[in-house]
Design a protein around this ligand. Structure first.
Ligand code: ADP
Length: 264
């Protein structure tokens, strides 16, 4: 076995996927990673969203570039440590001034390097922020990263269900065969801080449950719209999530239930 293969030991990989962008997939992925880090687990976060890598923004790492080291005569990436999470994002390899157009083979090749040519070390859980949708690139990523399980993030609009369903079906395809842990409905409702009992269903209702039923899986979490989350994320103050009394327990519960479901 090569030296790098001996050094890397990633026990579980959780794919966080969605049918389309903007539903909060990266927010869920980042919060799961933070929840695992808070449990003292060794956590990696691989941001493979070639269409809109938001992990560098969420973690305030926009100007960072991963360092390299030489192992087995090969140059390998060193993930960046932040808030107890080892992070590697496809966004680190893009000049922010350039528009992001990865052609299929280039994207597949960098994703493969991010998984295989990186010194991850000993990792209990790697959370993978998948590119939205289906197609060659997510399929290559499934084959390279071999997720232990997947969650599908959707918003409550019934219209977004068909996109999310395609993404779910990709994981369930017999040649791919990644178990789906369940559906996470994000932005389920809005509760103003001064009226904690009220729920406003701004984006409609029932999409997560409908998706779960249509795919024969469960709705495993409903995350409300949290006041201040979007702004905090844009400013790279992800740590503010840790102070959000409504969403923090939901993300921690979800993280621990997913972990509990993995074959030990
Ligand atoms: P995706 O990865 O699906 O493209 P993001 O995680 O980048 O989506 O989220 C899109 C935007 O919505 C971001 O500005 C993010 O901060 C915001 N957002 C996501 N989930 C929530 C939530 N539950 N409450 C408030 N804002 C949210």
């Amino acid at each position: 076995m090569s030296e790098l293969k001996e050094l890397n030991n990633i026990k579980y990989r959780i794919a966080v996927a969605s049918g389309k962008g903007g539903v909060g997939k990266s927010t869920v992925a980042a919060n799961l990673a933070l929840a695992y880090a808070s449990e003292g687990l060794k956590v990696a976060l691989l941001d493979a969203d070639i269409y809109g890598p938001s992990i560098p923004i969420l973690f305030g790492l926009e100007k960072e570039k991963p360092e390299m080291t030489s192992i087995d005569g090969k140059e390998v990436f060193l993930p960046i440590n932040k808030f107890g999470v080892k992070i590697l994002s496809i966004g680190f390899f893009i000049n922010p001034d350039q528009s992001l157009i990865w052609r299929g083979p280039a994207a597949s090749s960098i994703l493969s390097r991010m998984i295989n040519d990186t010194l991850w070390g000993d990792i209990d859980v790697m959370v993978i922020d998948f590119p939205p949708g289906t197609g060659d690139i997510p399929i290559t990523l499934v084959n390279e990263a071999k997720p232990s399980t997947a969650i599908i993030v959707t918003t409550p609009q019934k219209l977004s269900v068909s996109d999310a369903q395609k993404s779910g079906l990709m994981f369930m395809h017999e040649q791919i065969n990644v178990p789906i842990y369940g559906i996470v409905e994000n932005m389920s409702w809005f509760t103003p801080t001064n009226h904690p009992e009220d729920r406003y269903y701004i984006f409609g209702k029932g999409g997560g449950q409908a998706l779960a039923c249509s795919m024969g899986t469960k709705l495993v979490a409903q995350i409300p719209i949290a006041q201040g989350l979007a702004g905090a994320a844009d400013e790279g103050k992800l740590i503010n999530y840790e102070q959000n009394e409504i969403t923090l327990p939901l993300f921690r519960k979800l993280a621990s239930e997913i972990f509990g479901s993995l074959d030990k």
